[in-house]
Design a protein around this ligand. Structure first.
Ligand SMILES: [Zn+2]
Ligand SMILES: [Zn+2]
Length: 346
């Protein structure tokens, strides 16, 4: 079968991955599930993996097939699998958790001590077929297209997970700021709109992203190039500041907004990454705001997100590409030429 594989780390996105002919994955364990990939979302993390940014954080056996936002149709299952059978359509949580370690027992499947992560530590879904397990697949409700929903497997639950944390303590009348209305941000904004009654301010450099934010329910939009974001938010909140900031960019320019835009006791959630946090400790003491880290949501949160999608509360803005176009997609994302999410259709 075909697979888009990373052979060595590079900053040249024009030839990051190569399309190789590889053996099809086989059922080897009793809980294995083999999925014919119908959609695999391309993520900023894929660019970061190609650049080698994850090398020191996780084991990465190269060559490795990337792609962690996968959905498709079940081809074959191990003998003990009961949740799904051949022909079922599924979305695949990227983490194959063990189910028996303490974090798994607590439902924190993202902290699993024995996990394999498709497209990050083991082969992913930029390929005709994907090897995963019963613990990672969620059957799709009728009428939900796997190609369309695929990016929710990571982009979606990461955004949902952050919003679910941020939404706790976010009251009607409070203000939430969404920085970056791209692949994750446009999902987070819809989750926020559906789960809270806060006023939503969306911040993005691109006019098309600000227009999308307005369409999806943002009450205010700001252009950081022409607007003074801190003083605009001060005006919008009558000097209180934002109770929650959801930073889907995570660049130096966005993390440094925190002391000026967070309300006393507020949280600045870091979801996008790439930049650094350089704030004086005193700024956190004075405002008692917090920086909050976020990783991919757990399995149960993907079920919750699928329920929101089924209700029509969250829709994905996607564009589709052939497997052969992976490097073109990587370049376009690097140049901020992709609105919403690119989905590879092997
Ligand atoms: Zn991702
Ligand atoms: Zn575990």
């Amino acid at each position: 079968m075909r697979a888009a594989r990373l052979h060595e780390y590079t900053h040249d996105m024009s030839d990051g991955l190569s399309i190789d002919e590889v053996d099809k994955p086989q059922v080897s364990g009793s809980s294995d599930v083999i999925v014919e990939v119908e959609g695999a979302g391309w993520c900023q993390t894929d660019n970061h993996i190609i650049e080698g940014m994850w090398e020191e954080y996780v084991p990465q056996p190269l060559p490795m097939t990337l792609g962690h936002e996968n959905a498709g149709t079940v081809l074959e299952v191990g003998e003990e699998v009961e949740l799904v059978s051949e022909g079922d359509q599924v979305i695949c949580h990227p983490v194959q958790s063990c189910g028996t370690c303490r974090p798994c027992r607590q439902g924190e499947t993202m902290y699993c001590e024995n996990d394999a992560f498709n497209g990050l530590t083991t082969d992913g879904g930029f390929a005709d077929e994907l090897h995963t397990s019963e613990r990672s697949v969620i059957p799709l409700p009728d009428g939900i297209d796997p190609t369309t929903i695929a990016p929710h497997a990571d982009a979606g639950i990461t955004a949902y997970h952050a919003v679910k944390k941020a939404e706790d303590g976010l009251n009607p009348g409070d203000t939430a700021v969404v920085i970056g209305v791209g692949g994750l941000g446009h999902i987070g904004l819809q989750c926020l709109e559906s789960m809270s009654a806060a006023d939503i301010v969306a911040v993005d450099l691109k006019e098309s992203a600000r227009d999308l934010a307005s369409d999806l329910g943002a009450h205010y939009t700001l252009d950081p190039e022409s607007d003074d974001v801190a003083s605009e938010i001060e005006d919008i909140t009558d000097g209180v500041g934002a109770a929650r900031v959801l930073d889907f960019v995570g660049a130096d320019e966005t993390t440094q907004l925190a002391p000026d835009i967070c309300a006393a006791g507020g949280d600045h959630h870091i979801i996008g990454y790439g930049g650094h946090i350089h704030e004086p400790a005193q700024a956190l003491v004075n405002g008692e705001f917090s920086f909050v880290g976020n990783i991919v949501g757990r399995y149960a949160e993907l079920q919750e997100l699928v329920a929101l999608v089924e209700r029509g509360e969250v829709t994905l803005h996607t564009s589709r590409y052939d497997l052969e176009d992976v490097n073109e997609v990587a370049q376009k994302l690097e140049n901020r030429e992709i609105d919403g999410r690119a989905v590879i259709t092997p």
